[in-house]
Design a protein around this ligand. Structure first.
Ligand code: NAP
Length: 619
């Protein structure tokens, strides 16, 4: 067992400090975000021109919404299961999802490439570095699409505007913003978590006269350079970055190198631990035994779930913390309260290391102090970087600590904090993504299932699903559940996507084999919803009870963890337990929670020459 050097008195001091830092940020206005519908410029695709094309009126076997890793994996596993006509419909100009959009300088994945990038063995690819940069990840998404021939029917720069189940033909009618109206026998929505931009409703934001963009719509025409070379357009520019989350931590160093002056506007500091990236050792890669990626990925997920395993194969910044946080059993005779205190001490020790690193790296004591995160490690998404902190030693870089208030006012000339106006040529919003609006709003279209039931109405008070993957009244319809949609949230998001994608593909293949339409029964769904809402729904070590004392953020529902809608939860167990539950359920092949009805006889491909109207014309 790891012994901590932090003493209980330190714990009292830390608790008081953490609460004070939380209290000064508890402000309901932090939830206010901009409506982007009238601000198309901010969301349009700066990377690929939209190619004109004729609307489509045909039929596919499966329509997959989203061409990120979720959609690609669903389509790849479906292809492996023998499904032929698969159509990915994607808003961006290519596959890649978050990696298509997030091309900001320095973009990289914080999860080790050998466990993050899917299907490495199958595609015979070894990433160039331990932590891959954005372009390599995007190229891997494209490699997946080529390998499984997923470009064949794909539609890019196309957004679904509505889905409607047609009982007579047992097909989904798909409408898009490009005038398409085609049919699909199955639908998989792999929408992801980082699709809708989150722009804080800052007073005066529309009045700014300089350049302004979100990190996921990087304007290289303005900044010059590319994701890995100097931003040559910024040599005479004063740049402001709003936000200090995982994205900001990656863009600050490249901006610092290129901008004449850089201001980083901080509301809450992130934890920034050692990155230690390195080139791949190809001799090591050649020595890997078949099946290595599955083993490594499962091991990483187990460690970051806090499961007890003898070996930590990845051994990086993520796993070191979870390894130190021992499981309850290892605390021997301690009672639950004592276990909780031991864990808190371990957490404190870890946070002390993170804060000490700032003092070691950042020369100006006031800046160093302002950069220190005062909360428990699991309160916020941890970050890892080796150039972020040193950037604040540069003479052209200034941290503007807003004392927990955040930026509240933008003027035509720049950003105002208190009485000080910071004149800027460019504002970069590193303010993240909306992951909390109603599911249908984030996805951008409604789904009309049986008897005119819409998903927006059914999920008015939160999701109602079986396993986070299917929902009663919506036959042959699947989702790869984003966080808090009754699925799970492994640290390695691609692991979650791959497991749920495999699940969906196995189900579709089985329904095809049986020649049935599959819907969830109300009883089956109610039982699962009861299970997830009555469980804790949080797979955080220590159960997440500490979240109410955290500085506000997404992981604690902006400071109100008990206020999160009751059904917006994850499976009440670790992600490993969730994956096992899915696998055992589908292998039992009993499907008691499903209603399976005979599918209409397969018909040759139907060309829907004119719009298929609603059920009235069908009857
Ligand atoms: P984020 O984590 O939501 O961070 C947004 C930042 O903006 C926070 O620092 C927030 O402060 C700040 N902010 C919001 N409004 C503000 C205001 N008015 N004034 C000043 N600051 C303000 O967004 P993100 O950094 O884009 O990351 C989003 C997600 O993407 C992450 O959770 C992560 O999962 C993912 N990501 C992954 C990788 C990867 O390695 N795979 C890399 C980057 C991002 P508060 O903390 O006070 O709210």
């Amino acid at each position: 067992m790891t012994h901590t050097s932090a003493a209980p008195t330190d714990l009292d001091r830390a608790r008081a400090k953490y609460r004070a830092e939380r209290d000064k940020r508890l402000d309901p206005s932090r939830r206010e975000i901009l409506d982007l519908s009238a601000r198309e410029k901010l969301v349009e695709d700066p990377f690929t021109d939209v190619a004109p094309r004729e609307p489509l009126h045909d039929t596919v076997d499966v329509m997959v919404v989203g061409g990120g890793f979720g959609g690609l994996l669903a389509a790849a596993h479906l292809r492996k299961a023998g499904v032929e006509r698969i159509r990915i419909v994607e808003k961006g100009g290519d596959v890649g999802g978050v990696w298509y959009w997030n091309r900001y300088p320095g973009a990289m994945c914080d999860v080790e490439s050998y466990v993050y990038l899917p299907m490495l063995e199958e595609l015979d690819y070894i990433p160039r570095r331990r932590y891959s940069y954005g372009p390599e990840i995007l190229a891997h998404a494209q490699r997946l699409a080529r390998h499984f021939k997923l470009y064949d029917h794909a539609l890019f720069h196309t957004s679904v505007t509505g889905l409607k189940w047609q009982e007579r033909s047992a097909r989904w009618i798909v409408r898009t913003d490009r005038g398409d109206e085609f049919q699909a026998r199955y639908v998989v929505v792999a929408h992801g978590s980082f699709t809708s931009l989150k722009l804080p409703a800052i007073e005066g934001i529309d009045s700014f006269e300089g350049a302004l963009f979100h990190t996921s719509r990087w304007d290289y025409d303005y900044t010059g350079g590319d994701s890995s070379s100097p931003l040559t357009g910024l040599g005479d520019k004063r740049v402001g970055v709003i936000g200090t989350g995982a994205t900001a931590v990656q863009i600050v160093a490249p901006l610092a190198e290129s901008a004449q002056r850089l201001y980083v506007f901080q509301r809450t500091p992130s934890t920034v631990a050692v990155r230690d990236n390195r080139e791949t050792d190809y001799a090591w890669a050649r020595s890997l035994e078949p099946g290595w990626q599955k083993r490594r990925r499962e091991n990483f997920t187990a460690v970051t779930n806090g499961e007890r395993i003898t070996e930590d194969l990845v051994g990086d910044g993520w796993t070191v913390f979870y390894h130190a946080m021992l499981s309850g059993d290892e605390y021997g005779a301690l009672n639950p309260q004592e276990v909780a205190e031991q864990r808190e001490l371990t957490d404190l020790e870890h946070m002390e290391h993170i804060r000490a690193r700032i003092d070691e790296v950042v020369r100006d004591p006031a800046t160093a102090e302002a950069l220190k995160p005062y909360y428990r490690y699991q309160c916020k998404r941890p970050c890892f970087h080796d150039e972020y902190l040193p950037a604040f030693n540069r003479p052209n870089v200034e941290l503007v600590d807003t004392q927990g208030e955040g930026v509240r006012r933008i003027t035509p000339r720049g950003v105002a904090v208190g009485e000080v106006e910071y004149p800027l040529d460019c504002i970069i919003l590193a303010t993240g993504f909306d992951q909390d609006s109603a599911y249908v709003d984030r996805v951008g279209f409604d789904v009309t299932g049986r008897d005119g039931l819409t998903l927006s109405r059914k999920w008015e008070n939160g999701p109602e699903t079986l396993h986070g993957v299917m929902s009663s009244g919506f036959p042959n319809f699947f989702l790869l559940p984003p966080n808090y949609t009754q699925g799970t949230a492994a640290v390695n998001f691609c692991h979650t996507l791959d497991e749920t994608a495999q699940h969906v593909a196995v189900l579709v293949a089985e329904f095809e084999r049986r020649g049935v339409i599959a819907d969830v029964t109300r009883q089956g769904e109610e039982a699962y919803v009861r299970q997830v809402t009555e469980g804790s729904g949080l797979a955080l070590l220590g159960g997440g009870g500490f979240l109410k004392d955290c500085t506000p953020g997404r992981w604690n529902n902006e400071g109100d963890p008990d206020g999160r809608p009751r059904k917006n939860v994850n499976y009440p167990g670790t992600s490993t337990a969730y994956f096992t539950m899915l696998e055992e359920w589908r292998h039992r092949c009993e499907f008691d929670e499903l209603s399976l009805t005979p599918a209409p006889k397969p018909s040759p491909e139907v060309s829907v020459a004119k719009p298929v109207d609603d059920e009235r014309s069908a009857r």
